[in-house]
Design a protein around this ligand. Structure first.
Ligand SMILES: Nc1ncnc2c1ncn2[C@@H]1O[C@H](COP(=O)(O)OP(=O)(O)OP(=O)(O)O)[C@@H](O)[C@H]1O
Length: 239
């Protein structure tokens, strides 16, 4: 296949560059084998659905990608980090390349939207006066919440709170967005809006998106590659 060049602002990148490359990975929780011999490749800017029943190992696979679970065996590269060589001290550096969003929005409820984002920026090493305020404006605009910058989280709907969580995940311009059951608390219409938003942001910025869900109905939202966890194995298929 001919590599496809995508223009993103002043950056040009190749859609074929791998952001995730797992080969023969075994994933364990405690002394239990969860997934065996996993091969998975995700290219820059690619959107991938990760599906499987509750307990099939989706979260364990995602945890492996952000180095919250060690590799039991095999090789894995995520955003240029070789996970076999990514010791504890390097993990924060790896995670700065990733945007991770969960079902629970995990917002600080006693702080405004902008304070939630400022807190995340400072926690990842941004200093005041280095474009932080502009970056907050940018990500809120991208998720369609520019006018809610000073709102408190409890005044926002569930869908809007999840958008704030996405805005926070986007702050450091991740190469990979990991979404673990992010629509679990949302109604079907809002879930599809969130899904569309993720796909569009991914396309625009060349961010790969791995969207885990046990809700197979969401696969009808748009056509994309589907990766399935079942019976301790991971199956790759064309969507
Ligand atoms: N900390 C742990 N210690 C031992 N076993 C665990 C641990 N966390 C998860 N498991 C087990 O690993 C298996 C896979 O769980 P995992 O959370 O990865 O599945 P999942 O597909 O993400 O499910 P869900 O959709 O419910 O989140 C389950 O059988 C679960 O009981």
């Amino acid at each position: 296949m001919k590599p496809q060049n995508v223009e993103s602002g002043h950056k040009s990148y190749q859609m074929t560059e791998a952001i995730v490359e797992l080969r023969g990975v075994n994933i364990r929780q405690g002394n239990r084998n969860i997934l065996e011999n996993v091969d998975l490749r995700i290219a820059r800017g690619e959107f991938v659905y990760l599906v499987g029943k509750t307990g099939s190992g989706k979260s364990s696979l995602l945890k492996t990608l952000y180095a919250a679970l060690p590799l039991a065996s095999g090789s894995a590269t995520v955003s240029g980090f070789d996970l076999r060589k990514t010791g504890r001290r390097k993990i924060p550096k790896l995670r700065r390349q990733l945007g991770i969003v969960f079902q629970d929005f995990n917002l600080l409820m006693d702080r405004s939207v902008e304070d939630n984002l400022r807190f995340a920026l400072e926690a990842t090493g941004w200093k005041k006066g280095t474009g932080a305020e502009e970056r907050i404006d940018q990500v809120l605009q991208e998720v369609g919440l520019a006018d809610r910058r000073r709102s408190m989280p409890h005044t926002l709907s569930g869908g809007e709170q999840q958008r704030v969580a996405f805005a926070r995940a986007l702050l450091n311009a991740p190469t990979l967005l990991i979404a673990d059951e992010v629509t679990g608390n949302l109604d079907p219409e809002t879930s599809k809006d969130i899904l569309e938003l993720m796909r569009n942001l991914g396309r625009e910025h060349g961010t790969a998106v791995l969207f885990a869900t046990h809700d197979y109905r969401l696969l009808d939202t748009f056509h994309a590659r589907v990766v399935r966890c079942e019976g301790g194995k991971v199956f790759n298929s064309e969507g």
